[in-house]
Design a protein around this ligand. Structure first.
Ligand SMILES: [Zn+2]
Length: 72
């Protein structure tokens, strides 16, 4: 994974946190393994049990169009 964007985090209740994000990878591969690792990390490091993740490649991601010219 090389980048995360469109990250949104909010509280579902006083004890539950939800998260959505786009994960960008260099090329195609085992998306499910990357999602599983991310979900596990979110649970272990941040106690986030409700994650919705979208996988994109550099070719399909809109990151280049959204970045300011000095960042690309
Ligand atoms: Zn995206």
């Amino acid at each position: 994974m090389i980048e995360v964007h469109d990250l949104h985090i909010w509280g579902l209740s006083t004890s539950q946190i939800a998260l959505t994000a786009h994960l960008v990878r260099v090329d195609t591969g085992d998306d499910q393994a990357m999602i599983d690792a991310a979900v596990q990390g979110l649970k272990q490091k941040f106690a986030i049990d409700h994650a919705t993740l979208q996988v994109e490649t550099i070719a399909s991601a809109e990151i280049w169009a959204l970045r300011p010219a000095h960042v690309v």
